[in-house]
Design a protein around this ligand. Structure first.
Ligand SMILES: Nc1ncnc2c1ncn2[C@@H]1O[C@H](COP(=O)(O)OP(=O)(O)OP(=O)(O)O)[C@@H](O)[C@H]1O
Length: 415
C-alpha cells in the first residue's frame, strides 16, 4: 500500500454515454486507463520527466525518465488505472525488502529496488507509479533473439551458469524475507546495464539506439542495451535482476491463489489449482528457468498454450508424468477431474506411444547439455535440477539449501 492509501478505481465505462456500442465503450475505457506521455509532461510535481518508453506489461507501462532532483535517470512503472491492487501489492513487497533484516545477502543486488513511489492523479482516476533503476532487456529476449534462434551461437555456458546462480540468489533473498515471487520466468529477469547512463545526455541515449531519434514517446518500447549481444559481451560482466513483484505474496509459506506463472513455468500444484501454492512453486519455476537458461530449451512447453483450457493442463500433467514418474497420492484426485486415468501406482492407464512421450528429465537434459560442461558437473547439475523439479512441493529443496549444493559451490564460476 502507498502510505496507507489505495486510490479508488473509477470505472471509466460508467462515465461513458450508454448509447455507445459495447466494443466502443471497452476500447475507449482501455485507452483512458492507459498512461500516455505528451512532450513536456512531468510527474510528481515536476520531479520526473519521462521521455521514452522502456516496456509494456499487462498492468503497467515502464518509462525512462530524468529525475530532476537527483540528476539521474530512473525507470517509472506507471500502473493502469484498473491495476491499483497489483501495483500496491508490488510496492508493499518492495518495502518489506527495504526494511529487511538480511544484511549482506548476495541476492540483494539481483532484485529490483524501490527508489520512490507516488500516485499520478488524472481527472477520472489515478495511476500508481513506482520508481526503480533503468535496466536492459530480459533474459527471454536475450535468449530468443541474441542466441540460438537467429542463427547465432547459444549463450556461453559461463554466462548461463552465472545468470542461473544470480537468479537463485535473488529468489533466496525474497524467500528469506518471507516473500513468494509468484511470476518467476525469463521475461522477469532483466539484464543490468553495463554502462553508466547517468553520464549520457538524453540525446546521447537516443543516439545509442540504432533505430533513431523518433523513438521519443513512441508507443513502441525499446531496450536501453539494444545492440549489446550476450555472446559478444563479456559474460563475467553480466548481471541479472529479478523484477515485477506484482504477483508476490507474503508470508511465502502460506498457501495462496495469488500467482501469475506463465504456462511453461507452472508447478503441478499450480496446473492442478490445488490451492496449496507456496514459495515452493517459485522453486519449481526456478528449475524450469535454469533449465531454459542452460540449454535454451523449455523444459515443459505444452503445444497447446491456451490459458484455462483443460487440454493444456492434461498435456502438461502427461509431460510431468513422462519426465518424472508416478503422480503422488495427494494429486491423484485432481487428475480424475481432468479425466486423466491413473493406475493405483499413479502412472497413466493409457500412456502415449513411446516415440511421442516426453523423455525422462536426465535423458532430456543430456540431449541439450552445453558442450563445455564436464562429466562431473553434468552429474551434479542433474542432481541439482532434481531437487527443484519434483511433484511434491514439500520435497523440493529450499533456495537456501540449493545455494549449498555442489553444482553451485564446487565448480569454477565467474559470479
Ligand atoms: N526497471 C526497468 N528498466 C527497464 N525496463 C523495465 C524495467 N522494469 C520493467 N521493464 C520492462 O517493462 C516490461 C513490463 O514491466 P513489468 O513486467 O514490471 O509490468 P507488468 O504489467 O507487471 O507485466 P506483466 O504483464 O508481465 O505482469 C518488462 O517486461 C520489461 O521489459
Amino acid at each position: 500500500m502507498i502510505d496507507g492509501v489505495i486510490p479508488e478505481t473509477v470505472e471509466y465505462e460508467d462515465l461513458l454515454p450508454s448509447a455507445l456500442e459495447d466494443s466502443e465503450r471497452k476500447a475507449k475505457a482501455a485507452a483512458a486507463r492507459t498512461f500516455k506521455v505528451e512532450p513536456g509532461d512531468t510527474l510528481k510535481d515536476g520531479r520526473y520527466r519521462p521521455f521514452r518508453k522502456l516496456g509494456q506489461g499487462s498492468y503497467a507501462s515502464v518509462w525512462l525518465a530524468r529525475d530532476m532532483e537527483e540528476s539521474r535517470y530512473v525507470a517509472i512503472k506507471v500502473g493502469r488505472m484498473s491495476s491499483s491492487s497489483i501495483l500496491s501489492n508490488e510496492i508493499s513487497s518492495m518495502k518489506l525488502l527495504q526494511e529487511g533484516q538480511v544484511p549482506g545477502h548476495p541476492g540483494k543486488d539481483h532484485v529490483v529496488e524501490l527508489l520512490d513511489q507516488f500516485i499520478h492523479e488524472r481527472p477520472n482516476g489515478s495511476h500508481i507509479c513506482l520508481v526503480t533503476n533503468p535496466l536492459g532487456r530480459s533474459l527471454e529476449t536475450a535468449l530468443t533473439f541474441d542466441c540460438g534462434k537467429a542463427g547465432q551461437e547459444p549463450a556461453p555456458y559461463a554466462f548461463s551458469r552465472r545468470a542461473s546462480i544470480q537468479t537463485l540468489q535473488a529468489l533466496d533473498y525474497l524467500h528469506q524475507h518471507g516473500i513468494m515471487h509468484g511470476d518467476v520466468h525469463p521475461g522477469n529477469l532483466l539484464l543490468a546495464l553495463t554502462h553508466d547512463i547517468d553520464k549520457d545526455t538524453e540525446t546521447e541515449i537516443e543516439a545509442k539506439n540504432q533505430r533513431g531519434n523518433e523513438l521519443n514517446l513512441s508507443d513502441e518500447p525499446y531496450w536501453l542495451d539494444e545492440g549489446i549481444y550476450i555472446p559478444e559481451s563479456d559474460p563475467t560482466n553480466a548481471n541479472v535482476i529479478l523484477v515485477d513483484l506484482g504477483a508476490s505474496n507474503h508470508p511465502a509459506d502460506v498457501p495462496s491463489r495469488k500467482y501469475a506463472y506463465p504456462i511453461p513455468y507452472r508447478a503441478p500444484e499450480v496446473v492442478m489449482d490445488t490451492g496449496n501454492v507456496t514459495c515452493k512453486a517459485d522453486i519449481w519455476a526456478l528449475g524450469c528457468v535454469i533449465f531454459r537458461i542452460i540449454t535454451d530449451i523449455p523444459l515443459f512447453a505444452p503445444e497447446d498454450c491456451c490459458w484455462g483450457m483443460n487440454e493444456t493442463e492434461r498435456e502438461q500433467m502427461v509431460m510431468f508424468i513422462d519426465r518424472l514418474g508416478p503422480v503422488p497420492e495427494y494429486l491423484r484426485s485432481a487428475c480424475k477431474d481432468l479425466d486423466l486415468n491413473l493406475t493405483s501406482d499413479g502412472i497413466l492407464v493409457d500412456p502415449l506411444p513411446e516415440d511421442e512421450r516426453a523423455e525422462p528429465l536426465a535423458k532430456f537434459f543430456m540431449e541439450y547439455k552445453p558442450e563445455d560442461m564436464g562429466e562431473e558437473e553434468i552429474t551434479a547439475f542433474i542432481e541439482f535440477l532434481g531437487l527443484m523439479i519434483r511433484f511434491d512441493p514439500d520435497e523440493r529443496s529450499s533456495a537456501q539449501d540449493l545455494l549449498q549444493h555442489r553444482w553451485i559451490t564446487d565448480f569454477s564460476v565467474c559470479s
